[in-house]
Ligand binder design. Structure first.
Ligand SMILES: [Zn+2]
Length: 358
C-alpha cells in the first residue's frame, strides 16, 4: 500500500446531514444495547422480592453437605442428595427471604417482571408440588435413579423427597426433624449411607415407627388424594318431643350434618376432618384414612357452613388439594368472577407493557 493508493481510497462522500444522523442513530443503538446488557443484566435478573440467583446458590452450597460430606450414591439413591437438598433449600429460602413472588421474563428473558399478586410458597414452589404431580406415579422412589422412567427422575428425586420430608416435618415437628437430619449427618458423614440408614435414624430419633410412611413414600409409587365428597346439613326435628299440632317454627330446630370424606388415591395417611358451622363453632374427627370413604355425623342446632379434610395441610403429597374442602353455598360463581377479573387485568397490564416497546 502506498501513499497514492491510500489517497485514492479517501473518496468518502462528504458529511451530509443524513450521514451524520445515521451515524448518530447507529452509535446510540450500540450504546443503548451495551447499557442494557451491562446494567440491566447486572441488576434486573434479581429484582427485590425474588430469589433468582440466591436459591441456586443456597442449593449448590447444600450439596457440599448431602453429597460432598455425607457422600451418598448419586446413581442409585439420588434423592438422598438432591431431594434432601431441595427440602433444605426451600426451608432456608422461606426462613431468610419470604415473602417472595413469581417472576416471569419477557423479550427473550431479558426483561424480568415480578408478579406481586402471585406470592410463592415453600410447600408449593419451594417443594415443587406442580412438577411432582406430573411424574408422581412414574416410579417408586426405591427404583435405582439410573433406571427411572425417562422424565420422572426430577419429580421423584427432587420434588417428592422435599414434599415427604416437609410432610414429616408437619407430622413430628421441626425440632424433631432437625434432630433427625443432624443425627443422620453427624453419624454418617463420609460413610456413604444407604436409604435404610436414614429411615432407621428417623425412627430412632422421633421415637416412632415410621416404617408405614417410608413404605409408601419411598417403596411405592402410590399417590395420596383425600377429598370431601359430600356435605349435608338437613333440618331434623326430634320426633315425639313436640306434639304434632305445634307450629313448625315453635319446634326446636336441629340439624343433622353429614360429611363424607373419600380416599381417592392409593396412599394411606391419617387425616383430620373438620366441619365449621354457621355460628363459627367447629367439630373435628380423626380418621385413620384406611377405608375408601367414611361418613361422619353430628347433630347441632345450627347449619354447617363448610367441611375440610386435612385442614392443617399436613399431607403435602396430596396431589389434588382443591377437593379438600366443600362449602354449603356454591362458591363457583364467585371464584370464576374473581379469577377472570384478575386474569383480565393481568393480561391488560402485559399488553400495555408490550405496547410500550413496539
Ligand atoms: Zn442439586
Amino acid at each position: 500500500m502506498n501513499r497514492t493508493n491510500r489517497s485514492n481510497t479517501s473518496t468518502t462522500p462528504p458529511l451530509t446531514k443524513d450521514r451524520v444522523r445515521t451515524a448518530w442513530v447507529a452509535r446510540s443503538a450500540v450504546l443503548v444495547t451495551v447499557w442494557f446488557t451491562a446494567v440491566l443484566s447486572a441488576q434486573l435478573p434479581a429484582p427485590a422480592g425474588t430469589t433468582d440467583p440466591e436459591d441456586v446458590t443456597v442449593h449448590e452450597a447444600g450439596h457440599q453437605f448431602w453429597y460432598g460430606i455425607v457422600a451418598t450414591n448419586e446413581f442409585e439413591n439420588a434423592w438422598m442428595d438432591e431431594g434432601i437438598n431441595t427440602f433444605a433449600t426451600a426451608r432456608v429460602m422461606q426462613e431468610r427471604y419470604a415473602p417472595t413472588y413469581t417472576l416471569t421474563r419477557y423479550f427473550g428473558g431479558f426483561v424480568p417482571y415480578l408478579m406481586r399478586d402471585f406470592p410463592r410458597s415453600r410447600e408449593r414452589e419451594g417443594d415443587r408440588l406442580g412438577t411432582y404431580r406430573t411424574g408422581a406415579k412414574g416410579d417408586a422412589q426405591s427404583t435405582p435413579s439410573w433406571q427411572y422412567w425417562p422424565g420422572t427422575a426430577g419429580s421423584i428425586t427432587y420434588d417428592k423427597t422435599a414434599l415427604w420430608l416437609h410432610t414429616l416435618e408437619r407430622m413430628v415437628g421441626w425440632e424433631v426433624l432437625q434432630r433427625i437430619l443432624s443425627t443422620y449427618f453427624m453419624r454418617f458423614q463420609f460413610k456413604h449411607p444407604k436409604p435404610q440408614d436414614f429411615f432407621d435414624v428417623a425412627n430412632e430419633v422421633s421415637g416412632r415407627d415410621l416404617t408405614w410412611f417410608f413404605d409408601q413414600v419411598y417403596r411405592s409409587s402410590n399417590v395420596f388424594d383425600y377429598g370431601v365428597d359430600a356435605l349435608r346439613s338437613d333440618i331434623d326435628v326430634i320426633d315425639g318431643a313436640i306434639p304434632a299440632g305445634v307450629k313448625t317454627e315453635l319446634r326446636q330446630a336441629s340439624y343433622r350434618t353429614q360429611v363424607i370424606v373419600r380416599r381417592y388415591g392409593e396412599g394411606i395417611f391419617p387425616v383430620d376432618v373438620r366441619v365449621v358451622f354457621e355460628n363459627k363453632e367447629e367439630v373435628r374427627w380423626h380418621w385413620d384414612g384406611r377405608d375408601r370413604w367414611k361418613r361422619f355425623e353430628v347433630e347441632k342446632p345450627v347449619r354447617a357452613s363448610f367441611a375440610q379434610v386435612d385442614p392443617e395441610h399436613v399431607l403435602l403429597l396430596d396431589v389434588r388439594y382443591t377437593n379438600n374442602s366443600l362449602s354449603m353455598e356454591p362458591q363457583s360463581a364467585r371464584a370464576a368472577r374473581k379469577w377472570s377479573l384478575a386474569w383480565l387485568i393481568w393480561l391488560q397490564d402485559h399488553l400495555l407493557t408490550y405496547g410500550f416497546f413496539v
